[in-house]
Design a protein around this ligand. Structure first.
Ligand SMILES: [Fe+2]
Ligand SMILES: [Fe+2]
Length: 157
């Protein structure tokens, strides 16, 4: 697969997701409500969480990073619930101020999450994933889809 490291590809996903939410929030400020950038960003974030929980975290846990993975899983649950709320409120015609507040809340949570994931977890991904596991993850990032009905561990009953 390509020469880019997993950490570089995953960090780019972080930025693209942030940008989608920011574009939607900026549109709200200007009185619009084009939800397409938000839909794309949330779909991207759910897929990003899926690939981390299914392909990335298990080998990191095996490499001994139990505690950081545990924190990331808990935060994914919080992100997931906030995404559900934001999606519902953006669709229902809730006041723009409230929707923008939720966008800011989600961006703040992402910032805190990613600022741990990027320096602590992702360098280990480059170091410990076997070549086959890294290839599988690269292939999923290129063209994979979140399975229908999948939800992150943090919101499962
Ligand atoms: Fe994550
Ligand atoms: Fe991530």
């Amino acid at each position: 697969m390509g020469s880019e490291t997993l950490s570089a590809v995953l960090e780019r996903e972080h930025r693209e997701i942030d940008e989608g939410i920011e574009v939607f929030a900026a549109g709200l400020t200007q009185g619009g409500r084009d939800t397409a950038p938000l839909k794309r960003a949330l779909e991207g974030l759910r897929r990003h969480i899926y690939l981390e929980e299914e392909f990335l975290f298990p080998p990191l846990r095996e490499a001994g990073l139990m505690a950081p993975v545990f924190v990331m899983l808990r935060e994914h649950g919080e992100l997931w619930r906030t995404m559900d709320r934001l999606e519902a409120e953006a669709a229902e015609g809730t006041g723009a101020d409230e929707v923008r507040r939720l966008c800011d809340e989600l961006l703040g949570m992402l910032d805190r999450h990613n600022s741990k994931e990027e320096p602590i977890l992702y360098p280990q991904a480059d170091a410990v994933l076997a070549p086959e596991a890294a290839d599988r993850l690269h292939r999923f990032i290129a063209s994979g889809r979140t399975p229908d009905g999948w939800v992150c561990q943090g919101v499962r009953p």
